[in-house]
Design a protein around this ligand. Structure first.
Ligand code: CA
Length: 366
Protein backbone atom coordinates (compact mmCIF):
# COMPACT_ATOMS: atom_id res chain seq x y z
CA UNK A 1 0.00 0.00 0.00
CA UNK A 2 2.65 2.48 1.08
CA UNK A 3 5.02 1.36 -1.59
CA UNK A 4 2.30 1.78 -4.22
CA UNK A 5 1.52 5.30 -3.05
CA UNK A 6 5.23 6.12 -3.09
CA UNK A 7 5.54 4.84 -6.65
CA UNK A 8 2.39 6.72 -7.65
CA UNK A 9 3.79 9.99 -6.31
CA UNK A 10 7.07 9.36 -8.13
CA UNK A 11 5.10 8.69 -11.31
CA UNK A 12 3.14 11.93 -10.98
CA UNK A 13 6.31 13.92 -10.40
CA UNK A 14 7.93 12.42 -13.47
CA UNK A 15 4.87 12.59 -15.73
CA UNK A 16 5.39 16.06 -17.12
CA UNK A 17 9.14 15.85 -17.29
CA UNK A 18 11.40 14.84 -20.15
CA UNK A 19 13.34 11.58 -19.82
CA UNK A 20 16.54 13.39 -18.88
CA UNK A 21 14.76 15.36 -16.14
CA UNK A 22 13.08 12.18 -14.84
CA UNK A 23 16.51 10.62 -14.41
CA UNK A 24 17.65 13.49 -12.20
CA UNK A 25 14.51 13.04 -10.04
CA UNK A 26 16.00 9.81 -8.70
CA UNK A 27 18.82 11.72 -7.01
CA UNK A 28 16.80 13.65 -4.39
CA UNK A 29 14.90 10.43 -3.63
CA UNK A 30 18.16 8.81 -2.55
CA UNK A 31 19.30 11.97 -0.75
CA UNK A 32 16.08 11.89 1.31
CA UNK A 33 17.09 8.44 2.54
CA UNK A 34 14.84 6.21 0.44
CA UNK A 35 16.26 2.75 0.21
CA UNK A 36 15.32 -0.82 -0.56
CA UNK A 37 16.68 -3.45 1.80
CA UNK A 38 16.95 -7.10 0.85
CA UNK A 39 15.85 -9.57 3.54
CA UNK A 40 16.75 -13.24 3.07
CA UNK A 41 15.29 -16.06 5.17
CA UNK A 42 15.97 -19.66 6.08
CA UNK A 43 12.22 -20.43 5.65
CA UNK A 44 10.31 -21.62 2.61
CA UNK A 45 8.13 -19.01 0.90
CA UNK A 46 5.07 -18.06 2.99
CA UNK A 47 5.64 -20.97 5.38
CA UNK A 48 3.07 -20.57 8.23
CA UNK A 49 4.35 -18.51 11.15
CA UNK A 50 8.01 -18.54 10.14
CA UNK A 51 7.96 -17.37 6.49
CA UNK A 52 4.88 -15.22 7.06
CA UNK A 53 6.53 -13.82 10.20
CA UNK A 54 9.59 -12.75 8.20
CA UNK A 55 7.21 -11.10 5.71
CA UNK A 56 5.44 -9.26 8.56
CA UNK A 57 8.75 -7.83 9.83
CA UNK A 58 9.51 -6.60 6.30
CA UNK A 59 6.02 -5.14 5.90
CA UNK A 60 6.06 -3.43 9.32
CA UNK A 61 9.32 -1.62 8.52
CA UNK A 62 8.05 -0.59 5.08
CA UNK A 63 4.73 0.66 6.53
CA UNK A 64 6.21 2.46 9.55
CA UNK A 65 8.70 4.36 7.36
CA UNK A 66 5.98 5.08 4.76
CA UNK A 67 8.17 3.40 2.18
CA UNK A 68 11.34 5.38 2.86
CA UNK A 69 12.74 1.95 3.73
CA UNK A 70 11.19 -0.76 1.59
CA UNK A 71 12.13 -4.23 2.76
CA UNK A 72 11.94 -6.87 0.03
CA UNK A 73 11.79 -10.46 1.23
CA UNK A 74 13.57 -13.36 -0.49
CA UNK A 75 12.47 -16.79 0.75
CA UNK A 76 14.89 -19.70 1.16
CA UNK A 77 16.79 -20.25 -2.07
CA UNK A 78 15.43 -17.21 -3.90
CA UNK A 79 18.58 -15.13 -3.43
CA UNK A 80 20.86 -17.50 -1.50
CA UNK A 81 20.47 -21.04 -0.09
CA UNK A 82 18.84 -20.95 3.39
CA UNK A 83 21.95 -21.72 5.43
CA UNK A 84 23.97 -19.08 3.55
CA UNK A 85 21.71 -16.29 4.83
CA UNK A 86 24.17 -15.34 7.58
CA UNK A 87 27.16 -14.98 5.23
CA UNK A 88 25.01 -13.07 2.74
CA UNK A 89 24.19 -10.45 5.40
CA UNK A 90 27.66 -10.45 6.92
CA UNK A 91 29.24 -9.64 3.55
CA UNK A 92 26.47 -7.30 2.34
CA UNK A 93 24.98 -9.46 -0.44
CA UNK A 94 21.75 -9.04 1.55
CA UNK A 95 20.94 -6.39 4.18
CA UNK A 96 19.14 -8.55 6.73
CA UNK A 97 18.02 -12.10 7.43
CA UNK A 98 15.20 -13.71 9.36
CA UNK A 99 16.21 -17.11 10.68
CA UNK A 100 17.26 -19.16 13.69
CA UNK A 101 20.61 -18.29 15.24
CA UNK A 102 21.57 -21.90 15.96
CA UNK A 103 21.92 -22.44 12.21
CA UNK A 104 25.12 -20.35 12.54
CA UNK A 105 26.74 -22.52 15.22
CA UNK A 106 29.52 -23.33 12.75
CA UNK A 107 30.55 -19.65 13.11
CA UNK A 108 30.44 -19.74 16.91
CA UNK A 109 28.81 -22.26 19.24
CA UNK A 110 27.42 -19.43 21.41
CA UNK A 111 24.85 -18.64 18.69
CA UNK A 112 22.89 -21.65 19.94
CA UNK A 113 21.91 -19.80 23.11
CA UNK A 114 20.07 -17.13 21.12
CA UNK A 115 17.67 -19.68 19.59
CA UNK A 116 17.42 -22.49 22.12
CA UNK A 117 19.65 -25.01 23.86
CA UNK A 118 18.62 -28.42 25.24
CA UNK A 119 17.06 -28.16 28.71
CA UNK A 120 17.24 -24.38 28.32
CA UNK A 121 14.91 -21.39 28.58
CA UNK A 122 11.22 -21.25 27.61
CA UNK A 123 9.84 -18.42 25.43
CA UNK A 124 9.07 -15.96 28.26
CA UNK A 125 12.34 -16.91 29.97
CA UNK A 126 14.53 -16.24 26.92
CA UNK A 127 12.79 -12.89 26.40
CA UNK A 128 13.60 -12.09 30.05
CA UNK A 129 17.24 -13.02 29.53
CA UNK A 130 17.71 -11.11 26.26
CA UNK A 131 15.79 -7.99 27.33
CA UNK A 132 16.55 -7.70 31.02
CA UNK A 133 19.30 -10.06 32.14
CA UNK A 134 22.27 -9.22 29.93
CA UNK A 135 21.53 -11.41 26.89
CA UNK A 136 21.22 -8.67 24.26
CA UNK A 137 24.60 -7.07 25.08
CA UNK A 138 26.34 -10.45 24.75
CA UNK A 139 24.47 -11.19 21.51
CA UNK A 140 25.45 -7.77 20.10
CA UNK A 141 29.09 -8.51 20.98
CA UNK A 142 28.95 -11.95 19.35
CA UNK A 143 27.21 -10.85 16.15
CA UNK A 144 29.37 -7.70 15.78
CA UNK A 145 32.33 -10.05 15.15
CA UNK A 146 30.51 -10.90 11.92
CA UNK A 147 29.36 -7.36 11.07
CA UNK A 148 25.77 -8.10 12.15
CA UNK A 149 23.31 -6.38 14.52
CA UNK A 150 20.85 -8.96 15.96
CA UNK A 151 17.23 -8.70 17.16
CA UNK A 152 14.70 -11.19 18.50
CA UNK A 153 11.88 -11.50 15.96
CA UNK A 154 9.64 -14.48 16.73
CA UNK A 155 9.23 -17.49 18.96
CA UNK A 156 7.75 -20.95 18.36
CA UNK A 157 7.21 -21.78 22.04
CA UNK A 158 7.98 -25.30 23.28
CA UNK A 159 8.68 -27.59 20.34
CA UNK A 160 7.64 -31.20 19.94
CA UNK A 161 10.18 -34.00 20.43
CA UNK A 162 9.80 -35.12 16.84
CA UNK A 163 8.59 -37.81 14.45
CA UNK A 164 9.72 -41.42 14.74
CA UNK A 165 8.98 -44.52 12.67
CA UNK A 166 9.11 -46.71 15.80
CA UNK A 167 8.47 -46.21 19.51
CA UNK A 168 11.25 -44.90 21.74
CA UNK A 169 10.99 -47.11 24.83
CA UNK A 170 14.59 -46.78 25.98
CA UNK A 171 17.71 -44.90 25.02
CA UNK A 172 18.75 -48.00 23.02
CA UNK A 173 16.05 -47.07 20.50
CA UNK A 174 17.88 -43.81 19.69
CA UNK A 175 21.01 -45.69 18.60
CA UNK A 176 21.51 -45.88 14.85
CA UNK A 177 18.59 -43.58 14.00
CA UNK A 178 19.15 -41.26 11.06
CA UNK A 179 17.55 -38.14 12.48
CA UNK A 180 17.21 -34.47 11.56
CA UNK A 181 17.86 -32.14 14.48
CA UNK A 182 19.85 -28.87 14.34
CA UNK A 183 21.70 -27.05 17.12
CA UNK A 184 23.10 -28.54 20.30
CA UNK A 185 20.11 -30.91 20.57
CA UNK A 186 21.47 -32.62 17.47
CA UNK A 187 24.83 -33.05 19.21
CA UNK A 188 23.06 -34.65 22.20
CA UNK A 189 21.35 -37.22 19.96
CA UNK A 190 24.65 -37.87 18.18
CA UNK A 191 26.32 -38.69 21.51
CA UNK A 192 23.42 -41.00 22.30
CA UNK A 193 24.22 -42.95 19.13
CA UNK A 194 22.05 -41.36 16.42
CA UNK A 195 23.29 -40.22 13.01
CA UNK A 196 22.24 -36.60 13.01
CA UNK A 197 21.78 -34.15 10.15
CA UNK A 198 20.69 -30.49 10.22
CA UNK A 199 18.64 -30.02 7.04
CA UNK A 200 16.84 -26.74 6.28
CA UNK A 201 13.04 -26.98 6.65
CA UNK A 202 12.27 -27.30 2.96
CA UNK A 203 14.53 -30.36 2.56
CA UNK A 204 13.11 -32.44 5.43
CA UNK A 205 10.06 -34.05 3.81
CA UNK A 206 11.89 -35.32 0.68
CA UNK A 207 14.64 -36.76 2.92
CA UNK A 208 12.04 -38.51 5.07
CA UNK A 209 10.19 -39.85 2.05
CA UNK A 210 13.33 -41.19 0.36
CA UNK A 211 14.54 -42.86 3.56
CA UNK A 212 17.63 -40.65 3.78
CA UNK A 213 16.43 -39.98 7.35
CA UNK A 214 14.27 -42.19 9.62
CA UNK A 215 12.79 -39.33 11.61
CA UNK A 216 12.89 -35.63 12.26
CA UNK A 217 12.02 -32.83 14.56
CA UNK A 218 10.76 -29.59 13.07
CA UNK A 219 8.63 -27.29 15.23
CA UNK A 220 5.21 -28.33 16.52
CA UNK A 221 1.76 -29.50 15.37
CA UNK A 222 0.88 -26.41 13.28
CA UNK A 223 4.16 -26.33 11.31
CA UNK A 224 4.62 -30.11 11.19
CA UNK A 225 1.11 -30.62 9.79
CA UNK A 226 1.96 -28.15 6.99
CA UNK A 227 4.99 -30.22 5.95
CA UNK A 228 2.98 -33.49 6.08
CA UNK A 229 5.45 -35.65 8.03
CA UNK A 230 2.47 -37.78 9.20
CA UNK A 231 2.29 -39.24 5.68
CA UNK A 232 5.58 -41.07 6.32
CA UNK A 233 5.96 -41.58 10.10
CA UNK A 234 3.28 -41.90 12.79
CA UNK A 235 4.87 -41.68 16.25
CA UNK A 236 4.91 -38.07 17.46
CA UNK A 237 6.77 -37.50 20.73
CA UNK A 238 6.23 -34.74 23.28
CA UNK A 239 7.70 -32.49 24.46
CA UNK A 240 11.05 -31.64 22.89
CA UNK A 241 14.03 -31.53 25.27
CA UNK A 242 16.03 -29.71 22.62
CA UNK A 243 14.00 -26.54 21.91
CA UNK A 244 11.92 -25.35 24.86
CA UNK A 245 11.14 -21.92 23.34
CA UNK A 246 13.01 -21.19 20.15
CA UNK A 247 13.69 -17.52 19.66
CA UNK A 248 13.97 -16.53 16.01
CA UNK A 249 16.09 -13.66 14.95
CA UNK A 250 16.69 -10.87 12.50
CA UNK A 251 20.30 -10.05 11.76
CA UNK A 252 21.04 -6.81 9.98
CA UNK A 253 24.25 -5.86 8.21
CA UNK A 254 25.91 -3.65 10.84
CA UNK A 255 27.33 -1.20 8.30
CA UNK A 256 23.82 -0.63 6.89
CA UNK A 257 22.26 -0.43 10.38
CA UNK A 258 24.84 2.02 11.75
CA UNK A 259 24.20 4.43 8.88
CA UNK A 260 20.45 4.67 9.62
CA UNK A 261 18.99 7.54 11.63
CA UNK A 262 18.19 6.85 15.30
CA UNK A 263 14.50 6.99 14.38
CA UNK A 264 14.84 4.34 11.67
CA UNK A 265 16.96 2.14 13.95
CA UNK A 266 14.14 2.34 16.50
CA UNK A 267 11.53 1.41 13.89
CA UNK A 268 13.53 -1.70 12.96
CA UNK A 269 13.97 -2.70 16.62
CA UNK A 270 10.26 -2.20 17.30
CA UNK A 271 9.16 -4.10 14.17
CA UNK A 272 11.24 -7.05 15.34
CA UNK A 273 9.96 -6.87 18.92
CA UNK A 274 6.36 -6.69 17.69
CA UNK A 275 6.88 -9.83 15.63
CA UNK A 276 8.59 -11.57 18.54
CA UNK A 277 5.37 -11.22 20.51
CA UNK A 278 2.94 -11.71 17.62
CA UNK A 279 4.48 -14.93 16.29
CA UNK A 280 4.56 -16.61 19.70
CA UNK A 281 0.86 -15.94 20.19
CA UNK A 282 0.20 -17.32 16.69
CA UNK A 283 1.90 -20.61 17.55
CA UNK A 284 -0.06 -20.88 20.81
CA UNK A 285 -3.28 -20.14 18.91
CA UNK A 286 -2.74 -22.76 16.18
CA UNK A 287 -0.91 -25.71 17.76
CA UNK A 288 -3.87 -27.15 19.70
CA UNK A 289 -6.21 -27.42 16.71
CA UNK A 290 -3.44 -28.73 14.46
CA UNK A 291 -2.68 -31.45 17.01
CA UNK A 292 -6.32 -32.56 16.95
CA UNK A 293 -6.22 -32.74 13.16
CA UNK A 294 -3.03 -34.83 13.23
CA UNK A 295 -4.47 -37.30 15.75
CA UNK A 296 -8.11 -37.45 14.62
CA UNK A 297 -7.78 -37.10 10.85
CA UNK A 298 -4.34 -38.54 10.15
CA UNK A 299 -3.96 -41.32 12.71
CA UNK A 300 -0.90 -39.84 14.38
CA UNK A 301 0.16 -41.68 17.56
CA UNK A 302 1.12 -39.31 20.38
CA UNK A 303 3.79 -40.55 22.75
CA UNK A 304 5.59 -39.09 25.75
CA UNK A 305 9.31 -39.80 26.16
CA UNK A 306 9.78 -42.25 29.09
CA UNK A 307 11.54 -40.90 32.19
CA UNK A 308 14.81 -42.83 31.72
CA UNK A 309 15.05 -41.37 28.21
CA UNK A 310 14.53 -37.89 29.69
CA UNK A 311 17.26 -38.60 32.25
CA UNK A 312 19.70 -39.43 29.47
CA UNK A 313 18.65 -36.37 27.41
CA UNK A 314 19.16 -34.19 30.49
CA UNK A 315 22.57 -35.51 31.51
CA UNK A 316 24.08 -35.36 28.01
CA UNK A 317 22.47 -31.94 27.35
CA UNK A 318 24.13 -30.37 30.38
CA UNK A 319 27.50 -31.75 29.20
CA UNK A 320 27.09 -30.54 25.60
CA UNK A 321 25.85 -27.07 26.60
CA UNK A 322 28.65 -26.60 29.15
CA UNK A 323 31.29 -27.31 26.49
CA UNK A 324 30.44 -24.02 24.78
CA UNK A 325 32.14 -22.31 27.73
CA UNK A 326 35.41 -24.10 26.85
CA UNK A 327 35.57 -22.50 23.39
CA UNK A 328 36.61 -18.94 24.26
CA UNK A 329 36.00 -16.11 26.72
CA UNK A 330 32.83 -14.89 25.00
CA UNK A 331 31.38 -18.41 24.89
CA UNK A 332 32.09 -18.70 28.62
CA UNK A 333 30.38 -15.39 29.40
CA UNK A 334 27.31 -16.25 27.29
CA UNK A 335 27.04 -19.67 28.94
CA UNK A 336 27.39 -18.27 32.46
CA UNK A 337 24.88 -15.48 31.86
CA UNK A 338 22.37 -17.94 30.34
CA UNK A 339 22.72 -20.37 33.25
CA UNK A 340 22.23 -17.59 35.77
CA UNK A 341 19.04 -16.54 33.95
CA UNK A 342 17.79 -20.15 33.87
CA UNK A 343 18.31 -20.42 37.61
CA UNK A 344 16.53 -17.15 38.43
CA UNK A 345 13.72 -17.24 35.84
CA UNK A 346 13.28 -21.00 36.27
CA UNK A 347 12.76 -20.63 39.99
CA UNK A 348 9.93 -18.20 39.32
CA UNK A 349 8.42 -20.36 36.53
CA UNK A 350 8.19 -23.28 38.94
CA UNK A 351 5.79 -21.56 41.34
CA UNK A 352 3.98 -19.47 38.71
CA UNK A 353 3.32 -20.73 35.14
CA UNK A 354 4.21 -24.35 35.87
CA UNK A 355 2.36 -24.60 39.20
CA UNK A 356 -0.69 -22.82 37.84
CA UNK A 357 -1.11 -24.90 34.66
CA UNK A 358 -0.61 -28.15 36.58
CA UNK A 359 -3.27 -27.08 39.11
CA UNK A 360 -5.67 -25.91 36.36
CA UNK A 361 -5.33 -29.22 34.58
CA UNK A 362 -5.87 -31.23 37.78
CA UNK A 363 -9.04 -29.33 38.68
CA UNK A 364 -10.55 -28.63 35.25
CA UNK A 365 -8.72 -30.95 32.88
CA UNK A 366 -7.37 -28.09 30.74
CA1 CA B 1 13.05 -27.37 15.71
Amino acid sequence: MDRRSFLKKAGVAGAGAATAAATTLATPAIAQGNMELKMVTTWPKNFPGLGTGAQRVADRITAATEGRITVKLFAAGELVPPFESFDAVSTGTADMYHGAEYYWQGKHKAFNFFTAVPMGLTAPEIDAWVNHMGGQALWDELSAQFNIKPFQAGNTGVQMGGWFAKEINSIEDIKGLKFRMPGLGGEVLRRLGANVVALPGGEIFPALQSGAIDGTEWVGPWNDLAFGFYKVVKFYYWPGFHEPGSSLGVGMNKGVYDKLSKADQQIIADACMAENNYMYSEFVANNGNALETLVNDHGVQLREFPEPVWDAFGAVSEEVVAEVADGDDLGKRVYESYLKARQAAGGWTKISMQAYTIARDRVLGV
